[in-house]
Design a binder for this molecule. Sequence first.
Ligand SMILES: [Zn+2]
Length: 93
Amino acid sequence: MSKFILRFDDIIPGMDWNKFLKIKEVAVKYGVKSILGVVPDNKDANLSININMSNSVFFSTLKEFAEYGDTIAQHGTHHTYTIKAGGMLGINE
Ligand SMILES: [Zn+2]
């Protein structure tokens, strides 16, 4: 039996839910559980492409994913750079 790790980052109320749900539905069809990296207080305008889903709908959706068996993870806090260092890999100054 094969095992997969499927992680989605940048999960926020204003993300492109249409694209995400198309992929997520395939994962669910095959019983694949995911790690969902949520940005709890997004300040990165590049991530918000849709009209924001309300927080109550967002959190109830996350709860449904968790009940399915997905793992809810934190992906940063604001999703912004606060330093100019490139990190361990020296990229993305
Ligand atoms: Zn990210």
